[in-house]
Design a protein around this ligand. Structure first.
Ligand code: NDP
Length: 498
């Protein structure tokens, strides 16, 4: 297929052109088109959901024995691994992340399918304690059509985290990837088809969320929405879900505090803080974007951090040595720049960065350097709002009580990091920090076996973990009567002649 040809999309088991507007996905490092496709239309949403519903009812997928469904998921994992280099290169072009990161995301997607294959095979139903002349059981049923709505920052890994458990549970899935990064979801649909997933069980609808995501969320046949994205969109989806009495899981934004206590191992803390905020160019929900440093350590720590951040290699995502690629789009870079200008207007001082790099490749892509601001307090706007870029705000603290108050003073509560050599201090602080994930002497490490999600404006529900599959199932209680005689109440009725 040449670049000018229009990519087909996958709707209800058919690969065909979308009926929405034609558009190009662009490589953020150069602005050049990677592929052309037609967005899906609202009619395509209808076709995809109806097709998914039919496939759910009639393909026999939900009725297959768990180990039979698992074998398809294992095959999907295998195919992702076999095609991993092509996938990683395509993803690099689709969203501009450095190649080493996209390789890790592809590997994580394969691991996710493998994990949920085994979760599916080993899921247990339980006999619950009986309190009468009966046996009671708890069983789980698939829900039907699941909508998976994903953002642009970590395609394939985000999609796998929703598609793998939803399929493992026996459902059909319709993916709405971010308009600007649709290519990995389409590849995943190819892989699922090649692995033997019944036709129609997985559709992919590229295009605008305000149109397609909204139509999907409202659709009466969609029984659950699993969403990753911004808090504003998440709340909008939650309102629609409330009207439908539909469960949702929402993985939303963050403004995560990283805390360096006065006894921290500085080498580890500097490396961890850098990785926490500047990897993925800060385009990560869990970015450690608010740094609190013990005042006694503030100056020496910041001196080291600034030198190390200045040495980060910002550049061509195809280069194996690159640590930070471009931002996703020109518009997003402008938004990051507005936040830095706001921080300065609020009284902040730049310790590093704050200006677009220029010359050579920098003039073509949407690059922005590691940027560090100090002199702000936690209540200010740049310390409260998610910037989603490589911007770190740094604040010294004097005691742990004041620290905790500020660290927890955020609408968000997604993640946090603590750097200390004292495990008892880490334990006490770790329990008091309000966040879905707390990393101690490490940051941004993930295991598919460990649940992930946020509190407050950072979201609802948990993904990953063995029990992640249950999000995509309805629980049902079965009571089996073991009584020899008819239920007593009916007998009483006969006795009194009713
Ligand atoms: P958005 O909320 O704008 O978009 C996320 C997805 O929702 C996209 O597919 C988007 O489509 C779609 N969407 C937009 N409007 C609607 C709507 N009305 N109804 C249904 N779907 C809609 O977020 P961003 O793309 O800006 O992604 C960045 C955000 O995602 C950040 O806030 C980040 O913190 C969060 N995030 C959270 C993670 C977590 O696990 N907690 C992980 C990664 C990111 P389209 O883009 O095509 O318009």
């Amino acid at each position: 297929m040449t670049l000018e040809q229009t990519l087909p999309i996958c709707i209800a088991g058919e690969w065909r052109l979308g009926r929405g507007e034609r558009y190009a996905t662009c490589y953020p490092a150069t602005g050049e088109a990677v592929a052309w496709l037609n967005a899906a239309s609202v009619e395509d949403v209808e076709d995809a959901v109806q097709g998914a519903h039919q496939a759910f009812l009639h393909s026999g997928w939900a009725q297959r024995k768990p180990h039979e469904r698992a074998s398809v998921l294992y095959r999907i994992a295998e195919l992702i691994r076999e095609r991993s280099e092509d996938l990683a290169q395509l993803q690099r072009q689709d969203n501009g992340k450095p190649i080493n990161e996209t390789r890790a995301l592809v590997a994580s997607a394969a691991g996710t399918f493998q994990f949920f294959a085994s979760a599916c095979e080993t899921l247990e139903e339980t006999i619950t304690p009986s309190r009468g002349d009966f046996v009671s059981m708890s069983v789980y049923e698939p829900m039907g059509v699941i909508a998976a709505i994903t953002p642009w920052n970590s395609p394939i890994a985000s999609e796998a985290q929703k598609v793998a458990p939803a399929l493992a549970a026996g459902n059909a899935v319709v993916i709405k990837p971010a308009e600007i990064t649709p290519l990995m979801a389409l590849q995943l649909a190819r892989i699922c088809e090649d692995a033997g997933l019944p036709k129609g069980l997985l559709s992919v609808l590229p295009g605008k969320g305000s149109l397609l995501g909204d139509a999907l969320t409202h659709h009466p046949l969609v029984k659950r929405v699993s969403f990753t994205g911004g808090t504003k969109t998440g709340k909008h989806i939650a309102h629609i879900a409330a009207d439908k009495m539909m469960p949702v899981s929402l993985e939303l934004g963050g403004k995560s505090p990283t805390i360096v206590l006065d006894d921290a191992d500085l080498d580890h803390a500097v490396a961890g803080v850098l990785y926490g905020i500047f990897s993925s160019s800060g385009e990560a929900c869990i970015a450690g974007s608010r740094l609190f440093v013990a005042r006694a350590l503030y100056e020496p720590f910041m001196a080291r951090l600034v030198v190390a951040a200045a040495e980060l290699r910002v550049g061509d995502p195809a280069d194996e040595r690159t640590q930070m690629g471009p931002l996703i789009s020109a518009g997003h870079r402008e938004s990051v720049e507005r936040y830095v200008a706001l921080g300065l207007a609020e009284g902040g001082r730049l310790l590093l960065g704050g200006e677009r790099p220029s010359g050579g490749i920098y003039d073509r892509g949407y690059y922005y350097p590691p940027t560090i601001l100090e002199g702000l307090n936690n209540g200010q706007q740049v310390c409260q709002e998610e910037i989603f870029g490589p911007v770190l705000v740094v604040m010294p603290f004097d005691d742990e009580e004041q620290l905790l108050e500020q660290a927890n003073d955020s609408l968000y509560a997604l993640a946090a990091g603590i750097w200390t050599r004292d495990y008892k201090r880490a334990w006490a602080l770790g329990r008091k920090i309000q966040a879905g994930t707390v990393w101690i002497n490490t940051y941004k490490q993930f295991s598919i076996s460990t649940p992930f999600g946020g509190w407050r404006d950072s979201g609802l529900g948990r993904e990953k973990g063995r029990l992640g599959i249950l999000q995509y199932m309805e629980q049902k209680s079965l009571y089996w009567g073991m009584n020899e005689q008819p239920l007593a109440w009916a007998g009483v009725q006969r006795e009194v002649g009713l």
